[in-house]
Ligand binder design. Structure first.
Ligand code: HEM
Length: 467
């Protein structure tokens, strides 16, 4: 207690921690508690066990910190280390390997169409499949989760593995379930307890399921890599895995190369993981907000049909002509807020922030829950209202506080892809389908599933064709 108290005197203000467990267990309603941390000012601290974590509560201080390399590390977490061993991109520590893997992934994704027409075409083709699948159950009450996850995942799969999977593919459906489960479990209490008391990994318990799921995901990736090796044509790489296999060959004699089989497995898995549940759950929030705000849904549909008619497919060039729809997609991201604390950073060297001395190895989080509801920056902070992203002339405008993809050296690598997917999927769906609540149940549980991410609970919808 003495140690905690003397440490607290030097760290930013925040809720009083409990001995051994810190502040986290008192987060009964995590989303609300996180948001309320802004009462302590721009910068606050919570405790993970005995370790202080700095929480950045405003856009100004997040910018000040996150543009610096000193704030661009990733923390050592026993669970993550157990799983990814510091390889790949997302949880890799700041340094040479992370830089090489990230640069290569960005470059290769661009070569395979990221930010270009070819990715738009893939999304449009997939949205045709998705619409057809949803309309198979026209008028019936259905849970759209699997179709949406399958559709979104097919985009990153076609870039990384060179193939898409049909919605009734049993093996892939099972994999998507595991993926979903992986996010739930790692963000759950069982995952956090494992981080606090890593020795429990040797004992039975729900945390064993995390490892089992992860092994199944790894064996899927390894299977894909094996098939790619057998059919690789060095003159025409088909996808990310082919490009990586060729890079390993190319860098063989380079001593500083971090291109090897294990990094390839983790980088590939990172793209698959990050490229599926994030965007898919945002679209699920989108359907929920459309059902709860039928006036917004109608206004988007009318705008889309006025500009595109019923048959012309949307393109990213249509954004300026569809300001209300584009604003609605952003408002879905603001209110859905799937990563309310972003992904945790860590200081890579001793540094200072607003007069506080921050030692090397301090965990840093950005409080998107507070930033996205800051009364000074949003016209309607507490309501779903696309006007938040429109100026007085009805043109789209993006407030600087909208940082759903973070910023600085660790900014989301898939931002361009995610923006393309969100706009094109949502626009195509709203063009062709009317979404409504089923007769039973007459409401949707708006409490997100408890965990690190803010993903919606299961819900049912009814689809009607607009044709
Ligand atoms: C990292 C958000 C979609 C790949 C991140 C981070 C956030 C984020 C907040 C952490 C940034 C930081 O550490 O400061 C989102 C959201 C998405 C989305 C809201 C969709 C709505 C995607 C997609 C991909 C992707 C489609 C696939 C290519 C990554 C990767 C990282 C990352 C690889 C790690 C970057 C690094 O550590 O250097 N994302 N993301 N994300 N995202 Fe996304």
């Amino acid at each position: 207690i003495f140690r905690i108290n003397s440490c607290r005197a030097k760290t930013p203000p925040g809720p009083r921690p409990l001995p051994f467990v810190g502040t986290i267990p008192s987060f009964k309603k995590p989303f609300e508690t996180i948001r309320s941390l802004s009462q302590y000012g721009d910068i606050s601290a919570v405790y993970f066990g005995r370790k202080p974590m700095i929480v950045l509560n405003t856009i100004q201080i997040t910018k000040e910190a996150f543009i610096q390399e000193a704030f661009s590390g990733r923390p050592f977490m026993p669970l993550i280390d157990w799983l990814s061993k510091g390889l790949g991109i997302i949880m890799a520590p700041f340094g040479h390997s992370w830089r090489q893997q990230r640069r290569f992934a960005l470059h290769t994704l661009r070569n395979f169409g990221l930010g270009k027409k070819s990715v738009e075409d893939r999304v449009l083709e997939e949205s045709r499949y998705l619409i057809a699948e949803m309309l198979k159950a026209e008028g019936k009450s259905v849970d759209p989760q699997h179709d949406i996850h399958n559709a979104v995942s097919n985009i990153i799969c076609s870039i990384v593995f060179g193939e898409r999977f049909d919605y009734d593919n049993k093996r892939f459906s099972y994999l998507l379930k595991i993926l979903n489960n992986h996010f739930m479990l790692t963000g759950s209490l069982a995952g956090q307890i494992l981080n606090l008391a890593p020795f429990i990994r040797h004992f039975p318990g729900p945390h064993q399921k995390i490892m089992q799921n992860f092994s199944e995901l790894l064996s899927f990736i390894r299977g894909e890599i094996k098939e790619h090796k057998e059919t690789l044509d060095p003159d025409s790489p088909r996808d990310f895995i082919d490009a990586y296999l060729l890079e390993i060959q190319k860098q063989k004699s380079n001593e500083g190369s971090t291109f090897n089989e294990e990094n390839m497995v983790m980088s590939t898995l990172d793209l698959f993981l990050a490229g599926t549940d994030t965007t898919a759950n945002t679209i699920r929030w989108g359907l929920i907000f459309m059902i709860q705000n039928p006036d917004v849904q109608e206004r988007c549909h009318e705008e889309i049909v006025r500009v595109l008619g019923y048959d012309r497919l949307p393109s990213m060039d249509d954004r300026d002509k569809l300001p209300y729809t584009y604003a609605t997609v952003h408002e879905i991201q603001r209110c859905g807020n799937i990563a309310p604390l972003g992904v945790t950073h860590e200081t890579t060297q001793p540094t200072k922030l607003r007069g506080y001395d921050i030692p090397k190895g301090t965990m840093i989080m950005t409080n998107l829950a507070a930033i996205f509801s800051d009364k000074e920056h949003w016209k309607h902070p507490d309501a779903f209202n696309p006007e938040n992203f429109l100026d007085e002339n009805g043109n789209f405008c993006k407030p600087e506080s909208f940082i759903a993809f973070s910023l600085g050296p660790r900014v989301c690598l898939g931002e361009t892809l995610a923006r393309t997917e969100l706009f094109l999927f949502m626009t195509s769906l709203l063009q062709r389908i009317k979404f409504s609540l089923p007769p039973e149940p007459q409401s949707i549980d708006m409490n997100a599933i408890l965990g690190v991410f803010h993903f919606p609970q299961s819900f049912n919808i009814v689809c009607h064709s607009r044709d």
